[in-house]
Each structure stands twice: as structure tokens, then as C-alpha cells.
Design a protein around this ligand. Structure first.
Ligand code: MG
Length: 381
């Protein structure tokens, strides 16, 4: 029986993880759950899975739930998440938190040499260098849950890393694929939230519309698979059937295909190094029709270029890019700025950033906080 701690259990990846656990009660049990603000759903989950520990966004919610569920120990806030990651009993910490809030829990788990199934890509965007440095010391394992990275992980199985020439990271292109910069100026929040292929949380859906999500995935791939930026190529593939590919030194390309369903990468991470039988819909290529591939438009969707630039510049550029993006996307979701303001803000922040070298966790948090202020002043929010 594997014990799974699910951080961000009321979000999109969290609930899909619990679906996988629910279908396999003989294999998995839930040892911890957490939510930021969806307390009613968290209460339902506690009732069903009886975790030993649960975290809420604030102390008052934790207190109320503790009265209702005396068997569960409640913690709250960022400190609560950090504590679960460091001390709770689990075999796998599934980190499905949104944004920078995922960094400390991942860091704590990795510092303790434990196993993390990582759906929170911001962890590696903001702190990839620190996390990998720590992981090398402790021997902790990070299993990717992001569908593209799970695909690459699957395509790498059984091969030597030295034989990899490059990886081909597929991108759906988001809801605005093919639009010009001029057309993007008038897009609405509702249009940006209407992703053609994947049903996801609001932050990542906006990141998909700007292609920042793909940029972050380039950075994530660099750290997960120890690659150079020039070994990571983005290919737009609107059908989202090929989840990513690995090209080897003899020119052979291995791809992982499947219906766009997060149950597959989640199951692969939970059951690694084996595969989990499931009853999900199967890919039927005869009905899929043609699969198409094209070059990404980095002149229009500049966020993707920013990610490569930040990765090449190193130091704390990626940390700053992530912080500014969280502020800008939050402002766009709140109806305070236009879609193109997100990109313009990131551009400005990257130019103003004063990087620091060999940042530890404290320094990364400082850069994050300072960059948020810069982004807020640029956007006047
Ligand atoms: Mg992805």
C-alpha cells in the first residue's frame, strides 16, 4: 500500500489524482490533503479518504474542520504545507499546488530525500537550480506529472541519457493560435479561458494562452532531464495526441501518444516504474484523423522566447519571470489589465531584473517578493 500526500487536492490535478486513488483502493491510501480556499470540497475529501493530516489556507478554517474531523490533524497556511512535506508520513508527495507556493514543499521533501510527483512546474521554474543541487545531495526522486514531461520520461525509459540529441516538446498552441499581435489586443478573459483541448485550472489556462506555460515547460524540462536550452525544441501540435518526443543520436524519434487525459501521467507517476491498468478511453488513431505539427510563433507569443532568454541568462532570471507572470496573470484574471499587458509586463521586468548568483531558498523568496512589487508597479495594480 503506497501512502500518497496530495497538496492542492481540491484543484484540477488534485481531484484527478484522487480519482486514480479511488479506483485503486488496494494500492493507494491518502495520508494528507490540502486546499487553499475550497473548504467544502476538502471536507468531502477528508470524509472519504480519512487522511492523517490536512492543511487549509487559514487557521479559522482549520479550527472548524478540526471540530468535525477529530481523527485528522490540521495545519494551515504556507507553514502547514511546508510541515506536511517535511514531516508527514507518505511514500509520494503529489505536489499539485499553483505557483510559487509549491516551491517550499518540494524543497522540503527533496531535502529529506523523499519522492515527489511534481505537477507544480513553478517549483522548477523559480528554483530549478536549487532543487536539482539539493536532489543530487539527498538522492530524492522527482517524478514528472506534467503531461509533456511524463511523455519524455516514458520515451527515455530504457535508454542512456548520453544518447539523447534533443527533446521535442509539443504544444497545443492554446486558444489564440494563428492570431496576430493586433488581434490579441482585443481578446477577452472568457476567450482566454476557453482552452481547445485541456480542462485545467484558470492560472495554467491563461499561461497556455500566452504560451508562457510552454516556456515554463522548457525550463522544467531543462532541470528534470538535465538538458541544454538548445536541446529543447517546441513543436505546435494542435490535436494534443502526441504528448512529446525524444530524438536520439541516430535520428530515431520516440513519441508517447494518448488521449488528452491527465489520468495517464498521474498514474504513471504513482505507479512508477510500473504501469497501472485503467478503464480510461483508449486512443483510436483511425478516428483521430490527421495529426499536424508547426513552428511556434515566438514573435507574437513572446513569452515562449522570454523563457529561453531567462534560461540562457541563468541566475535568478527564471525566478523573476515566474513572479512577474503570477502577478500579471492574477491581474488579468481579476479583470484589471488586458491580455497583451501580461507579455509587456514580463518584458519590462526581465529588462529591469538585477540577478543574484547561487541563490539559496531565502534569496529566491526575496527575489520573488521584490519582483512581485516591480510587476505591480508596472501594471499599476
Ligand atoms: Mg503540460
Amino acid at each position: 500500500m503506497k501512502k500518497i500526500a496530495v497538496l492542492g487536492s481540491t484543484g484540477s490535478i488534485g481531484t484527478q489524482t484522487l480519482n486514480v486513488i479511488r479506483e485503486n483502493p488496494e494500492k493507494y491510501e491518502v495520508s494528507a490533503l490540502s486546499c487553499r480556499s475550497s473548504a467544502p470540497l476538502l471536507a468531502e475529501q477528508i470524509e472519504e479518504f480519512h487522511p492523517a493530516c490536512a492543511a487549509t489556507g487559514d487557521q479559522e478554517t482549520a479550527r472548524k474542520l478540526a471540530e468535525r474531523f477529530p481523527e485528522t490533524r490540521f495545519v494551515w497556511g504556507p507553514q502547514g504545507l511546508a510541515e506536511i512535506a517535511a514531516e508527514a508520513e507518505y511514500d509520494i508527495l503529489l505536489n499539485a499546488l499553483v505557483g510559487m507556493s509549491g516551491l517550499v514543499p518540494t524543497y522540503n521533501a527533496v531535502s529529506a530525500g523523499r519522492t515527489v510527483a511534481l505537477a507544480n512546474k513553478e517549483t522548477l521554474v523559480a528554483g530549478g537550480e536549487l532543487i536539482c543541487r539539493t536532489q543530487k545531495k539527498t538522492g530524492a526522486r522527482i517524478l514528472p506529472v506534467d503531461s509533456e514531461h511524463s511523455a519524455i520520461f516514458q520515451c527515455l525509459k530504457g535508454y542512456e541519457k548520453s544518447q539523447v540529441e534533443k527533446i521535442l516538446l509539443t504544444a497545443s498552441g492554446g486558444p489564440f493560435r494563428g492570431k496576430t499581435t493586433e488581434e490579441l489586443r482585443s481578446v477577452t478573459l472568457a476567450e482566454a479561458l476557453d482552452h481547445p483541448r485541456w480542462k485545467m485550472g484558470s492560472k495554467i489556462t491563461i499561461d497556455s494562452a500566452t504560451l508562457m506555460n510552454k516556456g515554463f515547460e522548457v525550463i522544467e524540462a531543462k532541470w528534470l532531464f538535465d538538458l541544454k536550452p538548445e536541446q529543447i525544441e517546441v513543436v505546435v501540435h494542435p490535436e494534443s495526441i502526441v504528448h512529446s518526443m525524444v530524438q536520439y543520436c541516430d535520428g530515431a524519434v520516440m513519441a508517447q501518444l494518448g488521449v488528452p487525459d491527465m489520468a495517464i501521467p498521474i498514474s504513471f507517476a504513482l505507479e512508477y516504474p510500473h504501469r497501472l491498468r485503467n478503464a480510461q478511453q483508449r486512443l483510436d488513431l483511425k478516428k483521430t484523423g490527421s495529426l499536424t505539427f508547426e513552428e511556434p510563433d515566438v514573435r507574437t507569443f513572446r513569452c515562449l522566447q522570454f523563457a529561453y532568454d531567462a534560461l540562457r541568462a541563468g541566475k535568478t532570471y527564471c525566478t523573476a519571470l515566474n513572479a512577474a507572470n503570477e502577478v500579471a496573470v492574477g491581474a488579468f484574471l481579476g479583470g484589471k489589465i488586458a491580455f497583451c499587458d501580461i507579455t509587456d509586463c514580463l518584458d519590462e521586468v526581465m529588462q529591469r531584473h538585477r540577478p543574484s548568483e547561487d541563490a539559496d531558498l531565502e534569496e529566491l523568496m526575496r527575489v520573488d517578493a521584490q519582483t512581485r512589487k516591480t510587476a505591480e508597479s508596472i501594471l499599476e495594480v
